[in-house]
Every structure is written in structure tokens, then in C-alpha cells.
Design a protein around this ligand. Structure first.
Ligand SMILES: C[S@@+](CC[C@H](N)C(=O)[O-])C[C@H]1O[C@@H](n2cnc3c(N)ncnc32)[C@H](O)[C@@H]1O
Length: 229
């Protein structure tokens, strides 16, 4: 065999080895993803009747998951972690998009339980959980965010939205829990009503309400068109 042929043979063999390693690596990544899915599913199944801290119902978790995956959102904020049920659905979706969740809770006991749950579900690496009063922390966070789930004190919903709006990307989505369709003739307005009136008054947001489960408002941020004079 000539020297030239030897070199070509060596090159082909090296290429084949490299190709095999790369394909093995991508297969093992797929296996990793499936293993995480199995772990999260198992956790959610085992805990399905154990959420007693004002946590969202499963149907709402699925709604949040679908919004994030469908829009490929990567930077999420949750206000009101409690023990972590919604956080787990959000983080699970972010594990698909390569994103991360910041979630805020002010009750120490629930915060620590949530940390345990995130770890047990295998999702801790996708979550930055903060023990803090969201009234101040939301103002301080830099963002930008492309997905927000508001589920803490309802009287503050409008203010949370006002604080987050400049940090929410165009194309992003602001969701809020326990929002139901209400008659416009209603005389007493609670925190959710005031929030809903406000977000619906903004031309650059399109809001729908998902009435299944606990009721979720879903507001997508659109680009503001400059009006030519
Ligand atoms: C309805 S629960 C959240 C449920 C959670 N999203 C879930 O589905 O698992 C509301 C939580 O918000 C927390 N919270 C209320 N006001 C808050 C505030 N100002 N800052 C941070 N957390 C707050 C409460 O302690 C409570 O745990």
C-alpha cells in the first residue's frame, strides 16, 4: 500500500470514529431527555392528590406547559411559588426549550418545600427559586422575560403587570391565575377585575381567558405600530 493510500485510509477511519462518537452522544442526550420526562411524570403522578397549598390544578399546569413549548419561551418568571406545583410544569416546559425559571415565594416553609419538590422532580437546575417579597423583587428584576405566571396576592396583580410590562419581550406572554369571565356591570371589582380591565385597555396586548381549571388569563404582547402623521 502506498503512503498516500495509507493516509486516506487513516482519514476515513478517523472520520468514522468521530461520526460514531457524535451519534452516540446525541443518542445519550435523547435518552437523558426521556429519563427526565419519566422522572417528572412519576413525580407528578405520585403527588397528584398531595397539593394542598393553593396549588394550581393539573389542567392549568398543562396549559402553562403548552404555552411555553409552543412559543419556545426561555426566560420565565413566576410570582407565587407556594410548594411548587406550577413551577414544576413551567420548568418541565423550559427543560424542552433550554430556558430557566425565576420563581418568588415569601413564605419560608412553602419555599423550602418547593425546593425539595423541584429536586425530587429532577428539575432543580431549571429553577432559580427566591425567598422574597415579590412587591419589591419584581421591581428589581432586570428581565427580559418572555413568559410570566402571576399567582400570588390578587390585589397586587395590576401592579405586578405594570412593573413587568417594560421587561416583557414583544411576542411574550403574561398569564395570571384565578381569572374568570365577569359581567361588565359588576359593581364591586376585585384585584383580578382591576388587572383584567387594565390589560384589556392596552392596544398592544391580546387577552383571552382559559376557563378550564382555576381560570387563566393569557395576554400576548404585540408590537406597537407607530402611527404616521
Ligand atoms: C396561590 S399560591 C401559589 C400556588 C403555586 N403557583 C402553585 O400552583 O403551586 C400563592 C402563593 O403566593 C405567595 N405570596 C403571596 N403574596 C406574596 C408576595 N407579596 N411575595 C411573594 N409571595 C407571595 C403565598 O405565600 C402563596 O404561597
Amino acid at each position: 500500500m502506498t503512503k498516500k493510500m495509507c493516509k486516506i485510509r487513516l482519514l476515513i477511519v478517523s472520520f468514522l470514529i468521530l461520526f460514531t462518537i457524535l451519534s452516540m452522544d446525541s443518542k445519550s442526550q435523547n435518552r437523558g431527555r426521556t429519563a427526565l420526562d419519566e422522572k417528572v411524570r412519576k413525580f407528578l403522578m405520585e403527588h397528584s392528590t398531595k397539593w394542598h397549598d393553593m396549588n394550581i390544578p393539573t389542567a392549568d399546569g398543562q396549559t402553562l406547559y403548552d404555552i411555553i413549548v409552543k412559543n419556545n419561551y426561555k426566560s420565565a418568571l413566576e410570582i407565587g411559588t407556594s410548594t411548587g406545583h406550577s413551577g414544576i410544569w413551567i420548568a418541565w416546559a423550559l427543560s424542552k426549550t433550554g430556558g430557566k425559571l425565576i420563581t418568588i415565594e415569601m413564605d419560608e416553609e412553602r419555599y423550602h418545600k418547593a425546593l425539595e419538590n423541584f429536586k425530587e422532580a429532577g428539575l432543580a437546575e431549571y429553577i432559580d427559586a427566591r425567598l422574597s417579597n415579590a412587591h419589591t423583587l419584581v421591581k428589581e428584576l432586570k428581565g427580559p422575560f418572555d413568559f410570566v405566571f402571576s399567582d400570588a396576592d390578587k390585589d397586587w396583580y395590576k401592579q405586578y403587570f405594570i412593573d413587568i410590562d417594560p421587561k416583557l419581550r414583544v411576542g411574550g406572554c403574561f398569564t395570571a391565575h384565578n381569572i374568570r369571565y365577569r359581567s361588565s356591570r359588576k359593581s364591586y371589582k376585585n384585584g383580578q377585575d382591576l388587572f383584567l380591565d387594565y390589560v384589556r385597555s392596552l392596544k398592544n396586548y391580546e387577552t383571552t381567558i382559559n376557563r378550564y381549571g382555576g381560570g387563566i388569563s393569557i395576554s400576548y404582547k404585540k408590537a406597537i405600530r407607530l402611527i404616521k402623521r
